[in-house]
Write a new protein. Structure first.
Length: 566
């Protein structure tokens, strides 16, 4: 199934230099009670209270068990197979990467001590650390690197994301046990970032030679935690790897993880998950509802981090022959929705409204996109009139040539989070005011996969985390169609944008990348190719005796340095 459809949970993709978890000290301005705001508040949202603050940590201790509750469950723990963000969350504890991304977008050694990039950008030579062993006792060598990357691109693996990260991969040459040369068929400026992602974490070659079905259930890496068991619908249990001695150099400590064990449980219901935290049944939870982020206090604090990559966005099917092929209709839909008020009402000031097809935490984000268009229903009506939708039917919807102005927006409850259903209802209600009918219909996962495959929809919503602007090519690139494992589900062919995105990933010149990605973001905004809605933000609730949790680039928690005060 389409990678983005599977990734609509907590946005996750890669592992840069961790950012320390910090208490939520974001100030929320008071909400204006417009009719839209009131309507949203009535369905059960509550105002935020006082900031929970943070506790004072004592000296780190070793031992103890930590349970982290998350709303969703992986589909497979083979990182090369799965596309789900929660898989990356789990697998980051099990698998290490060749390199680690730092906050400034540069990279530092991890399993690779050093590397050289060929002048033409088409090969990378990695020199591996010595002394690293996988959980099954197999030593890390260049053969493991080759086996991991070959496995990711093997059609039999049926990779839903990892293979696309290294598009252009030609193979790996094992020069000697600790030297691997990875070859590409073209320069790829996003290649090191791809290698830093959990989806390309280095796997035990012995495990990869085993039963393919078993790889989903028994992942074997070299990380700080070993896989113990996965009880479906309940949780994944991990235990400390006592031999671990190879964290990235900027980690908070060296040696094994401080916790004895880590359990990741699956609790879909927000109220149950938060209740388990406040009652002490678990020590940390994902996706604290924004309406609760300010009210949690006492023994609980909230950590927050904004995600890089693509914000939560409504993508438009503007292929030839569709209603949204007319840029005026796309512009009208954007103008019809009061996103400032909608995002405030649903998320209580915890998430900021998005403007660009990239979030502000993404390298090469262009702040000039902010304020590019405003809520203006009069202008929306004018644009629709100009596009020929001048009459209305008895229900108030616009009609042209006997056809109602209808947009199909299927969604599935199984893959939703962050009260996105309220966003959909708000967009639907406001679009109706200018005469646009949006059929915001709930379907099952099988049906939405079928509709996507047939391109029988006009709107599709998703967020996607990757600390790399090449994520734009995943959604808009001509060669990134569903059939090729990409996110361009509508098969859009936009030569002007394609040229910018291809140029951006093909050059290693940072100044040129800055220019190209700024132009690409403006192109998307100027041509109303999508509607960015809000910037996904990780709100992680933790009990005050938990310390050392950090955030990766994908704004999800890391547990290598975590410890529990006793």
């Amino acid at each position: 199934m389409f990678r983005a459809a599977l990734a609509r949970q907590t946005t996750v993709a890669a592992q840069p230099r961790p950012v320390r978890g910090v208490p939520d000290v974001h100030n929320r301005s008071s909400l204006r009670h417009s009719p839209l705001c009131v309507a949203l508040l009535v369905v059960g949202l509550t105002a935020c209270g006082t900031d929970s603050g943070g506790g004072t940590a004592s000296q780190p201790t070793t031992g103890g068990a930590l349970t982290y509750a998350t709303p969703v469950e992986p589909d497979c723990l083979d990182p090369a197979v799965s596309a789900r963000d929660v898989t990356a969350l789990v697998d980051r504890n099990i698998f290490d990467s060749l390199v680690q991304q730092k906050p400034d977008g540069s990279f530092q050694p991890w399993l690779a001590e050093r590397w050289e990039t060929a002048a033409d950008g088409r090969s990378y030579t990695f020199h591996l650390r010595t002394g690293v062993r996988f959980h099954d006792g197999t030593p890390l060598d260049a053969g493991a690197v080759k086996a991991t990357l070959d496995h990711a691109v093997d059609p039999a693996t049926e990779s839903r994301y990892a293979a696309g990260l290294i598009a252009g991969y030609q193979g790996t040459e094992v020069v000697d046990p600790h030297t691997a040369v990875v070859r590409l068929d073209r320069p790829n400026a996003s290649f090191l970032q791809a290698l830093s992602a959990p989806y390309l974490g280095i796997q035990s070659p012995r495990a990869l030679q085993g039963d393919p079905a078993g790889r989903c259930d028994k992942p074997v890496g070299s990380g700080p935690y070993r896989f113990v068991k996965w009880e479906k619908k309940v949780g994944v249990e991990l235990s400390r790897n006592p031999d671990y001695a190879w964290p990235p150099k900027d980690a908070g400590h060296t040696g094994p993880a401080r916790l004895d064990s880590l359990k990741i449980t699956f609790v879909p219901e927000d109220t149950v998950r938060v209740g388990a935290l406040t009652s002490g049944q678990v020590q940390a939870v994902a996706s604290v509802p924004p309406g609760r982020a300010k009210t949690l206090g006492g023994t609980v604090q909230v950590l927050r981090a904004e995600s890089p990559g693509a914000p939560y966005t409504i993508y438009f099917n503007s292929a030839p022959g569709t209603v949204l092929a007319d840029v005026r209709v796309r512009q009208a839909l954007r103008r019809a929705v009061d996103l400032d008020q909608l995002v405030k009402a649903v998320y209580f000031g915890q998430y900021q409204r998005a403007w660009s097809p990239l979030t502000p935490a993404t390298p090469f984000y262009d702040d000039a996109t902010k304020g590019a268009f405003t809520f203006d229903q009069a202008e929306a009506n004018r644009l629709l009139d100009e596009a020929g939708w001048t009459t209305r039917d008895g229900a108030g919807y616009r009609v042209r040539d006997g056809r109602r102005l209808t947009l199909r927006w299927p969604h599935t409850a199984d893959m939703e989070r962050d009260q996105r259903g309220l966003i959909g209802q708000g967009v639907q209600a406001q679009a109706r005011q200018v005469g646009i009918e949006i059929q915001y219909t709930q379907v099952d996962q099988g049906t939405i996969g079928e509709l996507i495959g047939k391109r029988a929809l006009d709107l599709f919503d998703v967020s996607f985390t990757r600390p790399e602007p090449d994520i734009l090519r995943y959604f808009f690139g001509t060669d990134s169609t569903l059939e090729k494992g990409g996110g361009n589900i509508f098969g859009l062919d936009i030569p002007g944008l394609d040229k910018l995105l291809t140029g951006g990933v093909s050059t290693l010149d940072q100044a040129e990348r800055t220019r190209l990605y700024a132009d690409a973001q403006r192109y998307v905004v100027d041509n109303a190719i999508s509607l960015p809605v809000y910037v996904p933000t990780s709100l992680v609730g933790v009990t005050r005796d938990v310390h050392g949790i950090e955030f990766g680039a994908g704004a999800y928690p890391l547990f290598y340095d975590a410890w529990i005060a006793r």
